[in-house]
Ligand binder design. Structure first.
Ligand code: COA
Length: 232
């Protein structure tokens, strides 16, 4: 499936290059120059097509992160394999398209197509945001460069998954790690290089920093509400 999607995504870009190659030129050097100049736009066309087609294809075949599960990796159950396949496809997309489109509205558009529930004006400047179908972000959420926000974790040979919910206006600082099951109230800020442990609830309009995070102005660590049965 990955190869078919790759080939379909490359087709418009290659057609574009061929059309430019076949234009009438008075000099061969001009032909070479024209095709060279079209290489970058053609690559962008390919990368965008890859984002769109891969999202539709994975939807079609049901390659998704299963919600709220604890699965032994060694068992290789079908939901686990669906997760692995979705991660492989996303890995290809983030390598070939992510570095050009991240932090742009096109990247948010791709995340939505891939199952994320995002509000308006959401900007994700990180390629370490995964398990899109388990993400729910309100309007004006900002994810900083290199922040890790995922709906899965792998611990002790088990895959564990849970939704991540960030309210309106939440900022996740550069290089931070947000664990599974985290819920952040509207207007909450997580400082750069901070760690929000799994199943932590962050208060609205509060600022959290550190590893693990503590609320600025409060002595106690952030609240955690790990569901019973989430461990093993
Ligand atoms: C957390 C943050 C929002 C706080 O900003 P602020 O409200 O202006 O607070 P201050 O800079 O005055 O810092 C308040 C305290 O928190 C500490 N602090 C700030 N950021 C911190 C961080 N990332 N980790 C640990 N401590 C931090 C400061 O040292 C200060 O401590 P003190 O009171 O003991 O002196 C900001 O420091 C930050 O990390 N922003 C990240 C922005 C970002 O990455 N955006 C992503 C898109 S670009």
């Amino acid at each position: 499936m990955v190869i078919v999607v790759f080939a379909l995504s490359a087709t418009p870009a290659l057609l574009l290059l061929r059309a430019i190659w076949e234009l009438p030129y008075t000099h061969e050097g001009a032909r070479l120059l024209a095709v060279s100049a079209a290489a970058l736009p053609a690559y962008l066309v390919f990368a965008f097509a890859l984002m769109v087609l891969s999202a539709f294809a994975t939807r079609l075949v049901g390659w998704r992160t299963p919600a709220d599960v604890t699965l032994r990796i060694a068992d290789l159950d079908p939901p686990l394999l669906a997760w692995v396949r979705s991660m492989v496809v996303f890995h290809v997309v983030r390598i070939l398209a992510g570095s050009m489109f991240r932090a742009s509205p096109m990247w948010s558009f791709y995340l939505r197509l891939n199952g994320a529930r995002l509000g308006r004006r959401v900007f994700v400047n990180s390629l370490a945001v995964t398990d899109h179908n388990l993400l729910e972000f309100g309007d004006d959420v900002i994810i900083g460069d290199g922040a890790h926000v995922a709906g899965h974790t792998v611990e002790d040979g088990f895959l564990k998954t849970a939704r991540v919910r960030l309210g309106r206006g939440v900022t996740i600082g550069v290089g931070s790690v947000v664990g599974i099951g985290v819920e952040a109230g509207p207007g909450c800020r997580v400082g750069a290089l901070s760690v929000v442990p799994k199943f932590t609830s962050l208060d609205a309009d509060a600022t959290y920093v550190g590893a693990p995070v503590r609320k600025l102005g409060a002595q106690a660590p952030a609240r955690r509400t790990e569901p019973t049965g989430a461990g093993h």
